[in-house]
Ligand binder design. Structure first.
Ligand code: TYD
Ligand code: MG
Length: 449
């Protein structure tokens, strides 16, 4: 079999080329392209599939249910997990808690290039997590990490963070693309060769490293994103990629003075600060993986001061907002298309499902009419361009979660609509019907009244 010709790689930006250049076409640096040393062809062995040993599917559950569920039941031995998130969101706190839970039973190694062992101990004390098996080390170098792994023999390795680590063979600053790739390569080797699960922290936002160069997303097995708004105690753990499970799961935490607390019943907490009787506030039921989440959508409409109207959406896609404003204007005679529109989902939740359409549209219409919706009402349903209400997945689960939290009324799409005992469930075929039912005939613009 012909072997691929070795390529030249820029030591500064990672640019690869089949030929040599004095100046890297990628980053413009001089004399940075080099050819990797010719490797001996590795001895390979192909076996009939039935002779291959079963992969050990036993997962390492930390006992922090919100964390384990997001991973699909726990950490898979030999899995390389990248935990991304903005600086300060709580990545180190979360992992220190996970590490110390597992360290009650096994040795766990927490290698940090960010904090000294003393600082980590102070934090662990604050979190009440001084587990006997927890080993910490200040480390910036993959060789040091490899030797620590050999001496501690941990069941889990945590590396905090990718941006502070370097591979000693590359004379480049930590954080450069080549370093990120090489460091990840070493950790991948450690994970796969020893069946050692590795969690790697990356200070990244969705727009940044994870979604940008997509340099590492292909290499690692699992990509988690830890998110939270700066001034909200809520923290959401999402899965962007999972070779061992679903990418639909969501973990909910609350940052408290003693670290992250699990929020097993997020709906109640998300609704705790809701001001009832205020126009523009509507509760909808979202699905996040296996769980249902009740959340409040808030809308505000104002007459624009000048020029084209402003659209500001937090937690809802802004093109979806524009679409719903257009449907309200054209199909329901609510003339809000030229107004400034602000929509926000409380608690920093992102509503990505079309099922949230009805909640957003009703919140806008309620804001327009300046009339509140009943406090015990929930709504869900996808809205089409014709103003029709469309069926959504798992309506019965949504209704029972709403019923459990004491909601007595629901407006749902007529198609595939279930009922729920003890709840006044109203199936509706069109958005205009829903507005009529909730806000009465006087919800429209002056000229149509
Ligand atoms: P940290 O885990 O250091 O964030 P990251 O590793 O993602 O950069 O968390 C930092 C923030 O969390 C910091 O602003 C303080 C806050 N915090 C608490 O509110 N309570 C706690 O018990 C801890 C440990 C941190
Ligand atoms: Mg940190």
């Amino acid at each position: 079999m012909p072997r691929a010709r070795p390529r030249f790689t820029c030591q500064s930006c990672g640019y690869e080329s089949p030929g040599w250049f004095g100046r890297c076409p990628g980053c413009g640096e001089w004399n940075t392209l080099s050819r990797p040393a010719e490797a001996e062809p590795a001895a390979a062995l192909a076996r009939p599939l039935e002779d291959v040993e079963d992969a050990d599917e036993e997962r390492l559950a930390s006992g922090i249910a919100e964390f384990d569920r997001v991973l699909g039941g726990g950490i898979v031995p030999g899995g390389l997990v990248l935990l991304g998130g903005d600086p300060g969101v709580g990545k180190s706190t979360l992992l220190l808690q996970v590490a110390s839970c597992l360290a009650e039973r096994w040795p766990v190694l927490y290698a940090s290039g960010e904090e000294s062992p003393g600082q980590i101990k102070a934090r662990a004390r604050r979190l009440g997590s001084l587990a006997p098996g927890l080993h910490v080390a200040a480390a910036w170098d993959t060789e040091v990490i490899a030797s620590l792994v050999a001496s501690v023999a941990p069941r889990l390795l945590i590396v905090d963070s990718l941006q502070t680590m370097r591979h000693p063979d590359f004379p480049l600053a930590p954080g450069s693309p080549v370093q990120l790739r090489e460091v990840t390569g070493v950790l991948l080797h450690l994970a796969k060769s020893g069946g050692l699960p590795v969690i790697l922290v990356g200070h990244v936002t969705k727009e940044g490293l994870l979604a940008g160069p997509r340099l590492l997303e292909h290499t690692v097995d699992v990509v988690l994103l830890f998110e939270g708004e700066r001034f909200s105690p809520f923290r959401l753990l999402r899965v962007l990629k999972n070779r061992f499970g679903s990418t639909q799961e969501l973990g909910v935490f609350q940052m408290a003075s003693q670290g992250l607390r699990e929020v097993p019943n997020p709906s109640a907490l998300l609704l705790a600060e809701r001001a009832t009787g205020v126009p523009g506030s509507v509760v909808t039921v979202a699905l996040e993986g296996t769980r249902t989440l009740l959340c409040e959508v808030q809308a505000l409409l104002c007459t624009p001061s000048f020029g084209s109207p402003r659209r500001t959406a937090h937690g809802v896609d802004s093109s979806r907002l524009a679409l719903l404003l257009a449907v309200l204007e054209r199909r329901c005679q609510v003339p809000c298309g030229q107004m400034d529109a602000y929509v926000k989902v409380a608690g920093g939740v992102r509503l990505e499902e079309p099922a949230a359409d009805l909640g957003v549209a009703l919140a806008l219409a309620s804001a327009f009419a300046d009339r509140p919706v009943p406090a015990d009402l929930v709504v869900f349903g996808e809205i089409g361009l014709g103003g029709e209400l469309r069926a959504v997945p798992r309506p019965d689960e949504r209704l029972s979660e709403a019923g459990r939290l004491g909601f007595g009324r629901a407006i749902v799409p007529a198609a595939g609509s279930p009922g729920l005992e003890g709840m006044d469930v109203r199936p509706v075929a069109r958005l205009s019907e829903a507005l009529e039912a909730v806000l009465g005939p006087r919800h429209r613009g002056r000229d149509q009244r």
